[in-house]
Design a protein around this ligand. Sequence first.
Ligand SMILES: Nc1ncnc2c1ncn2[C@@H]1O[C@H](COP(=O)(O)OP(=O)(O)OP(=O)(O)O)[C@@H](O)[C@H]1O
Ligand SMILES: [Mg+2]
Length: 326
Amino acid sequence: MTLRVSGLSISAGVGDRAVPLVRDVSFTLGPGQAFGLVGESGSGKSMTALALLGLLPRGVSVTAGSVKLGDTELVGRDDRTLADLRGRRIAMVFQDPMACLNPALPVGRQISEVLTRHLGLGRSAARRQSVDLLGAVGIEDPGRRAGEYPHTFSGGMRQRAMIAMAVACEPDVLVADEPTTALDVTIQAQILDLLVRMQDELGMAMLLVTHDLGVVAGTCHRLAVMYAGTLMEEGRVGEVFEDPLHPYTAALLAAAPENAMRGRHPLALPGTVPSPGALPDGCAFGPRCPHAHQECRTPPADRRVTDSRRVRCARHDALTLEGVDR
Ligand SMILES: Nc1ncnc2c1ncn2[C@@H]1O[C@H](COP(=O)(O)OP(=O)(O)OP(=O)(O)O)[C@@H](O)[C@H]1O
Ligand SMILES: [Mg+2]
């Protein structure tokens, strides 16, 4: 099942006061594909991810565009339809497992409930399957752990339990928003391995939201780079890393990516990321771009450069002709 996001725009507030958080985002996520969405803090990654599941916070809404899962349009659907699709066809893994695990219910029960609700399994079948799922995500002694409460689980184990819950109904698409950021480095690697294994075994498509380019390199087929609410570049992981087409991507790759994305060490460029309420005219990256020119003062179009690559840079042709290394 293919997920097609086209022209997605998201704003906070309404009318004259509306602040654009995400603007004209398009990408396609094929079955079995892992797609990385990267960008600095505040660039709109989480808003994009949440919009796919109809989970935007109060006061934030989709103002334009479409999200299609196969033939099903998800934008503008009522809460009940979306709640029915969530978990069954599209599921989410959050940074903080406690945001989705109920502290007052044993972990196994929570997974059983998902199975009963979406797949109509009887009580004992659901219980058996939830134990199997906990085992499949690497929880030892899953029969016993299924009966325990989330607070008895370590951070990594909770993350595993949340992944078990997310994949319980074998959704077509798994959206993971910074799923390993809160974990120790060794546990991070294990959880990423688990996600990739699950994705592969179940043939799911995965959207992996991260500020860490290293994570994308190790897990994803394709990636899109987000800046101030727009996608600046999209392509296969290898080609983007080897030959970035957007000056912003190049700046990210040139900086120590981990630090740059978290805003600890800003890019070695003038200025800072503009806030959604104070975007510059034209290219959002223009005021910081070493290659900016007159033409960057009008908003650049999203351009397909090859079958597999797109870039949003008005100077793409000029820079290519001049042989400029971004
Ligand atoms: N509930 C909200 N109402 C209004 N604006 C919001 C709300 N939540 C977030 N924003 C704003 O939306 C913009 C995009 O936020 P988002 O959470 O999508 O960024 P992000 O790329 O996921 O960042 P991070 O890496 O820090 O998670 C930010 O400017 C943020 O301040
Ligand atoms: Mg986020």
